[in-house]
Design a protein around this ligand. Structure first.
Ligand code: FES
Length: 260
């Protein structure tokens, strides 16, 4: 059982939870995720660790209420417990000094992007972050992202905040004005697909973090399988990060739809 210590609403359906998990807080690195359950028969929900505090022994998770299980998790209040938190899982992000890194996130994808932004900055990179959302209300973690970014560009579909346009418009603007050495993209599969198509055109290495359905999180059930560079890979043990230019996003989206 893992106690919830803090809760903050980013929007009606997106909450930030600070959860007691001392051993995970100690061993996690950027890119790692956990699988959480609320209730003994709750679905197993994979969530990237957005932040951790080793002194307090806590991890921070950002959860979007989409179905029954995520709604149940979002309804938990400080003092209540998650039934279990398993992790850290997956491969940590490979962080190095490459020069200028454009980190782009859409919707709740900004939460898993935050630890990567922090780590890329700490490694000495120039970090330009592009945050995208449908409307102003759905832009999350702007302050935290701004703290570790050299520049932040906000794009909204309806132009209610920042510039009007898609995440790809923001990324292309940066690529057209300066040398970009790497792009990191996290968000809905369709968004990552189009970021990958754009950066391929400009030949900029691009890393994505995939958000497939997961069940066991240990490479045994096959639920998270994706095709990368023509080979079957498991997001839970081989990922969640992959070369975005090699991911078969169409197949991934088809599999996600079949689960729906
Ligand atoms: Fe089962 Fe990855 S979640 S193989």
């Amino acid at each position: 059982m893992n106690k919830i210590l803090e809760k903050e609403h980013f929007s009606e359906k997106v909450v930030r939870l600070v959860v007691e998990a001392p051993s995970i807080a100690r061993s996690r690195r950027a890119g790692h995720f956990v699988i959480v359950r609320s209730g003994d028969h709750g679905e197993r929900i994979p969530l990237t660790i957005a932040d951790a505090d080793t002194d307090r022994g806590t991890i921070t998770l950002v959860v979007q209420a989409i179905g029954e299980s995520t709604s149940k998790i979002c309804a938990l209040e400080p003092g209540e417990y998650l039934t279990d938190v398993v992790g850290p899982l997956g491969q940590a992000t490979h962080i190095s000094k490459v020069g200028t890194v454009v980190c782009c996130g859409g919707g709740v994808g900004v939460a898993p992007l935050l630890p990567i932004i922090k780590a890329m900055k700490a490694a000495g990179n120039r970090v330009v972050t592009v945050l995208a959302a449908r409307t102003r209300e759905l832009v999350i973690l702007e302050e935290q992202v701004a703290e570790y970014s050299d520049e932040i560009i906000i794009m909204t579909d309806d132009g209610s905040y920042g510039k009007q346009g898609l995440v790809t418009d923001g990324v292309e603007e940066v690529i057209n004005r300066e040398k970009v050495d790497m792009v990191v993209t996290i968000g809905p599969a369709v968004m990552m697909k189009f970021v990958a198509l754009l950066t391929k055109k400009y030949d900029v290495p691009t890393m994505c973090s995939l958000n497939t359905i997961m069940v066991d999180g240990t490479g045994m059930c096959g639920a998270c399988r994706v095709t990368v560079d023509g080979k079957t890979r498991f997001v839970c043990i081989d990922g969640p990060e992959f070369d975005a230019h090699k991911v078969d996003f169409d197949e991934m989206m088809m599999r996600l739809r079949s689960y729906n």
